[in-house]
Design a protein around this ligand. Structure first.
Ligand code: HEM
Length: 382
């Protein structure tokens, strides 16, 4: 009888621990036995091919009646990306913040006119590092900054908030992970952005402000964050994000390249498109890179021994040594993906290979890597 009772307790606790695991839980880095047992309980989904570029790729009203802004509900997930937070709060993405790569690509193209290749590169890098490759789901955050931590989500379950190859240091409006909350809008950092815009942009955000702020945030992190990391994916993404702000948060009818700070704050802090917002006039991404990189040329590196110990890392991909992105691609596959997924098999291996293919497709001209062997034709038919 006692044995039966303890069996019932075990069965109930197993059932509740399985039920508590959300379908977007990242599989990267999980011990193999635990991961494979979990996979048995998940509903496997084959990732769709990335959606094509927009058929109509001009500007249009996107803060429209079909996409009203709505406040967060308890449990909605938001994270470090103001672009995606805003799309979720307008219903271009599922409002709960749990998304698929195809939904993400449709949303950034439709909502902002984001250029397809960069959007795909970000999307597949994100699902590979921070998503669940079996269920094909990714959380754009982990917790709701407005409603507080989701009490139902175990603290270790992340999505884009995971500090790693993508979420990183020296962000414009979010703290470095070393200081705690790395995803909520931070007023002190916003004031730094405003100050930079006042000094270099006559109170507006433009490419010059983007370049100055990028450099200033790097210097802040060197001086204050003993664990400052600024290499490979983070290095490129940090520059690109300052330009996404200038290119895609600017109303598509504007011709002067000057983003009003009230509009910028609406995206960054309120996750809300300004009234009457029109998306970019043509597909845009990191236009302006040469300009901001040349404003303050800076090479990748990290604080090796605490604050103010910034050390260059010539092994890291950079604007100067990796114009085609082949070093970045190799690093991501070999140093991020492969160590995160040892001994994959079955549906995990199939989905890894598909996502790696979609990621690779954004690096035309680079040598393709097949860390899990070349996919066999039948792998794709499951
Ligand atoms: C295409 C898929 C995208 C993914 C997977 C993605 C993901 C992310 C992630 C993980 C971060 C955090 C990086 C950090 O630590 O600062 C971030 C930041 C950012 N993202 Fe996105 N993003 C995407 C598209 C976009 C788009 C289309 C926009 C603009 C319309 C955008 C605007 C930004 C900005 C401005 C930041 C910097 C926030 C800050 O530094 O305060 N993102 N994104």
């Amino acid at each position: 009888m006692a044995r039966f009772a303890s069996f019932v307790v075990l069965a109930i606790s197993l059932a509740s621990s399985v039920a508590a695991v959300p379908a977007h839980i990242p599989l990267a880095g999980m011990p193999v036995a635990k991961r494979d047992a979990l996979i048995e309980t998940l509903r496997a989904v084959k990732p769709e091919a990335p959606p094509p570029p927009l058929a109509f790729n001009g500007t249009k009203l996107v803060n429209d009646a079909a996409h009203p802004w709505k406040p967060l509900r308890k449990g909605d997930q938001r994270g470090p990306c103001p672009g995606l937070n805003t799309l979720a709060s307008h219903g271009y993405l599922p409002r709960n913040g749990i998304i698929t790569p195809a939904q993400l690509l449709n949303a950034v193209q439709e909502g902002y006119n984001a250029e397809t290749i960069l959007a795909r590169r970000f999307t597949y890098a994100a699902i590979l590092a921070d998503g669940n490759l079996v269920t094909n789901l990714l959380s754009i955050g982990q917790k709701s900054p407005l409603t507080g931590p989701d009490p139902d989500a175990p603290a270790t379950i992340g999505g884009l908030v995971n500090h790693g190859p993508f979420e990183g240091d020296a962000s414009m409006t979010r703290n470095d992970a070393f200081f705690g909350d790395n995803f909520s809008f931070n007023e002190t950092l916003w004031e730094e952005l405003v100050d930079t815009a006042n000094k270099f942009g006559a109170g507006k955000y433009n490419y010059t402000v983007a370049g100055e702020l990028r450099y200033r945030r790097i210097q802040d992190s060197i001086a204050n964050n003993p664990t400052f990391e600024f290499r490979n994916n983070r290095y490129f993404a940090a520059y690109t994000e300052t330009l996404l702000t200038a290119n895609l948060f600017l109303d598509g009818r504007s011709t002067d390249g000057q983003l009003d700070l009230k509009d910028a704050r609406s995206f960054f802090a309120d996750m809300r498109m300004p009234d009457d917002f029109h998306r970019a006039p043509r597909p845009l991404a990191a236009e302006g890179t040469d300009y901001i990189v040349n404003l303050h040329p800076f090479s990748p590196g990290y604080n090796k021994d605490g604050v103010n110990s910034f050390t260059l890392d010539p092994e890291s991909a950079s604007w100067t040594n990796d114009p085609m992105g082949c070093k970045l691609y190799k690093w991501y596959v070999e140093q991020v993906v492969v160590p995160a997924y040892p001994e994959p098999k079955g549906v995990l291996k199939r989905n890894l290979n598909l996502n790696l293919q979609y990621y690779y497709d954004t690096f035309a001209g680079c040598e393709q890597l097949f860390p899990y062997g070349k996919p066999e034709k039948d792998d794709d038919d499951n």
